[in-house]
Design a protein around this ligand. Structure first.
Ligand SMILES: [Fe+2]
Ligand SMILES: [Fe+2]
Length: 475
């Protein structure tokens, strides 16, 4: 059963009509969700018809249908990947036991916390991105922004379903609170730091979708291993949507680099002033944005040593990335892992129990994956004959969480004094001047087939549509 029932008020493949109590609870939550969307969703978008894909089945292939819709009328719904009644738990202390269809009492508080923390990031990113539509570099990009926004909205639905279905009254209260917190709000902020940062311009947006949506991928992959089967199945389906978000980020940055490289060759210069005068984003600025977004995002994985991470793993709540493909015992007792610490002005490895280092394990998997995309950006420069390499900074650079948060480290991994850091930080992180320059480029370009000066057109349109397709109708 992979098709989705669209005849119901809340499209779903979880037989919602058989569970009247749950259906009523969700139908009560729905108007509050729409109010939230109207309030802090994409600004000024109410009347637009947007060429969006909507999930119509949960088959890995061909689940999406494209058409122009108003975002408010998007068919937000509840979709789980098909289940396997015989599924067993494949890691931790419960390894070999049957996967749970309900929440075991002893893991209830931790599971709720995990689901709420994941759920909170989804509306947060919509809030962070709400003004970007006003300065879209093209209609194609505007459409991609909106696609991401509606899917993050659906990811919120996915987590709210679990809270309502499995956590009783606390779950309902948590679901309400997810619509009350606001990104960047002093009094009632979103839970995680990176989700309270502004996403003020499209360079930040593409960096965010490349780096921070990828954090989402790794968290979802870890939850897709969960012994709590409804969570595993929900997150598996969310991952199919997440892939597009990272594509938007990777291809967006790639197009910016491509345009910059073209200007560098045309003007035969790497002079920042000349390139800015020509209206493109210079590579040092791009590098500083990479440094910022990478460092803020790797903090999201949490402390390098964490007893909570050990508990979440051993009790089967959260696995490792691709747990099933690993060849160890999947219990990890007595095993160790290397984390970094600063000793006498040097970064040195420290062996710690692996169970306590699982945040670091996930962070390291994430880092490998992020580096790969940066290498693909470098190929754009390489092809253009420009001998510059972009890099992700050292993982100890600009950290605010964990053992490395107390020290200052350069992007190439040298421990610095406070004075050295202060003297050079403007080379490494976006300056007020960089941000003002990038902001000055942001203007609205939305005629079909037109692109802002600072970004190259995409190689291909969405769903094989031409570049000048009318992805958004303004009405
Ligand atoms: Fe998401
Ligand atoms: Fe996402």
């Amino acid at each position: 059963m992979s098709g989705i029932n669209y005849s119901e008020k809340i499209p779903n493949n979880v037989n919602l009509s058989d569970d009247r109590t749950l259906q009523r609870a969700l139908e009560q939550w729905q108007p509050n969700f729409i109010n939230w969307w109207d309030d802090v969703g994409p600004e000024g978008s109410t009347d637009m018809d947007v060429y969006l894909r909507t999930a119509v089945s949960v088959d890995p292939q061909g689940w999406a249908q494209f058409g122009h819709v108003k975002m408010r009328d998007y068919r937000w719904g509840i979709f789980l990947n098909p289940g396997d009644a015989e599924r067993t738990i494949h890691f931790g202390d419960h390894k070999g036991e049957k996967a749970w269809q309900d929440v075991p009492g002893e893991h209830r508080a931790n599971l709720r916390r995990i689901i709420v923390t994941q759920g909170d990031t989804e509306p947060a990113s919509v809030e962070q991105q709400r003004h970007l539509g006003l300065t879209a570099p093209s209609m194609y990009d505007l459409r991609n922004l909106f696609q991401i926004n509606v899917e993050e909205g659906r990811h919120l639905w996915a987590m709210v379903y679990l809270l309502h279905k499995h956590f009783g009254r606390d779950g309902r209260e948590e679901a309400d609170a997810l619509l009350e917190r606001r990104s960047g709000d002093q009094n009632n902020p979103r839970i995680l730091g990176a989700f309270n940062e502004a996403t003020p311009d499209w360079l930040s947006f593409f960096m965010f979708t490349y780096f921070t949506d990828r954090d989402g991928k790794y968290q979802l992959c870890a939850l897709a291993e969960s012994a709590f089967d409804p969570l595993a199945r929900t997150t598996k389906f969310m991952l199919t949507e997440e892939a597009h978000h990272m594509f938007v980020g990777e291809s967006g940055i790639s197009r910016i680099i491509s345009r910059t490289a073209q200007k560098m060759n045309e003007l035969k210069t790497d002079d920042v002033g000349k390139l800015r005068a020509a209206g493109v984003i210079d590579l040092p600025t791009i590098q500083r944005y990479i440094n910022f977004h990478f460092s803020v995002t790797i903090d999201l994985f949490g402390s390098d040593e964490s007893s909570n991470a050990a508990i979440f793993y051993s009790s089967g709540l959260k696995g490792r990335y691709e747990e099933g493909k690993r060849l160890d015992d999947h219990v990890l007792k007595g095993q160790t892992y290397k984390v970094l610490e600063s000793r006498g002005g040097q970064l040195v490895d420290k062996e710690v129990p692996m169970l306590n280092a699982l945040n670091e394990v996930l962070r390291d998997d994430y880092i490998k994956d992020s580096v790969a995309g940066v290498e693909r950006w470098n190929r754009v420069l390489d092809k253009a004959g420009i001998p510059v390499k972009l890099k992700v900074p050292h993982k100890a650079f600009h950290r605010n969480i964990g053992a490395l948060s107390g020290i200052k480290v350069s992007p190439d991994g040298r421990v610095l004094s406070e004075a050295e850091w202060q003297a050079r930080v403007n080379e490494w992180l976006p300056t007020g001047d960089d941000r003002a320059y990038v902001a000055s480029l942001m203007g609205r370009v939305v005629e079909p087939g037109k692109f802002a000066n600072w970004i190259a057109p995409p190689v291909m349109g969405i769903n094989r549509q031409p570049a000048d397709f009318d992805y958004v109708r303004f009405n």
